[in-house]
Design a protein around this ligand. Structure first.
Ligand SMILES: Nc1ncnc2c1ncn2[C@@H]1O[C@H](COP(=O)(O)OP(=O)(O)OP(=O)(O)O)[C@@H](O)[C@H]1O
Length: 309
């Protein structure tokens, strides 16, 4: 059974001039940890706001926990835990007061649902009397997650929960999500960090409001259709310019200290090295590598742009 479904959802702003969500369809299965992965402005927040009944789509339909986002908006609000991208807690209330506030809004108490939040809450409990505005990013994120869980939702919708949070807190957060998933909660989480894709069971890659692919991270990476090379030399910027001008190169982009390069048919690492050396580059290294999600994302984007033009 699906816990979240979107069918042909479209959303525009500014009287139709900004197309934020472009005919988006995907499903999140019950109990799944599903990632919506895309850069800033891709349309993630608009999708979350539509799913949490805070925004109406122009067209299409969507349901969460079996409830239609338009007809059954009241029921959705009770069965969904939502953690918005922007910090949503009351800055002037303490940790304890924020939790109590959210519990009261949902007609419950912190004590009644303690089991579900216990592991997360106990990490911030020593700071119970600190105002939310004075917490670190990681602590705010834990408190926001506790507040989103306080009414025992079946589905958690987390919009960029790890944005701006340090690496250790990000890792801890994903561990918490895995534990919540094990308790049967369906989780839809968005992130601009491609490295977090591998922590999800399935992902949807989104760019400019359009879903480019929906599958497991392994399958998306496995469907990368050509060989990929990591290339470097002593002058990486000149190498980028030279390789982009080389007729045998299909794509070339900077990736950390390397360039990631794909070639037109029949060409390989040796040919890259020979060409670069011929252009006067020193210490040229070209190795065939396994692509990652970011490479798949870039390729899907360029394929889509090529079919558009
Ligand atoms: N209220 C609004 N009025 C006009 N344009 C908007 C509005 N909200 C979002 N947009 C535009 O819609 C597009 C999608 O924005 P959205 O916030 O849904 O994306 P996002 O992937 O969540 O990115 P971000 O992390 O930057 O919020 C962007 O081009 C954004 O500028």
């Amino acid at each position: 059974m699906n816990s979240v479904t979107l069918q042909n959802i479209k959303k525009t702003y500014d009287k139709g001039n900004v197309l934020a969500v472009d005919d988006v369809s995907f499903e999140v299965k019950e109990g799944e940890l599903f990632g919506l992965i895309g850069p800033d402005g891709a349309g993630k927040t608009s999708i979350f706001r539509i799913l949490t009944t805070l925004l109406l789509a122009d067209s299409g339909s969507a349901s969460v926990a079996g409830f239609d986002v338009v007809k059954d908006y009241r029921a959705i609000r009770n069965s969904v835990g939502y953690m918005p991208g922007k910090f949503s807690l009351y800055q002037d209330l303490t940790i304890r007061e924020n939790l109590q506030f959210f519990a009261t809004v949902f007609g419950t108490t912190v004590e009644a649902n303690y089991d579900l939040i216990k592991d997360i809450y106990e990490q911030i409990k020593p700071f119970n009397n600190r105002r939310a505005g004075k917490l670190s990013g990681g602590m705010k994120q834990k408190l926001a997650l506790c507040c989103a869980l306080i009414h025992k939702p079946n589905v958690l919708l987390l919009d960029e929960p790890t944005t701006g949070v340090d690496v250790v807190s990000r890792r801890e957060f994903w561990e918490m999500l895995k534990k919540l998933k094990m308790q049967g909660i369906t989780i839809l989480v968005s992130t601009p960090y491609m490295d977090e894709a591998s922590l999800c069971e399935r992902i949807a890659l989104i760019q400019n409001g359009k879903i480019m692919s929906v599958d497991t991270p392994d399958k998306i990476i496995g469907s990368y259709p050509v060989d990929l090379y990591a290339v470097k030399s002593e002058n990486i910027y000149k190498l980028l310019v030279d390789l982009r001008a080389y007729g045998e190169v299909a794509s070339c982009y900077a990736f950390g200290e390397f360039l990631h390069v794909t070639m037109k048919e029949g060409s390989g690492a040796e040919q890259i090295e020979k060409y670069a050396s011929g252009k006067g580059h020193q210490h040229v290294v070209a190795n065939k590598i396994e692509p990652g999600i970011e490479d798949s994302f870039i390729r899907l984007m360029s394929v889509r742009d090529a079919t558009k033009s």
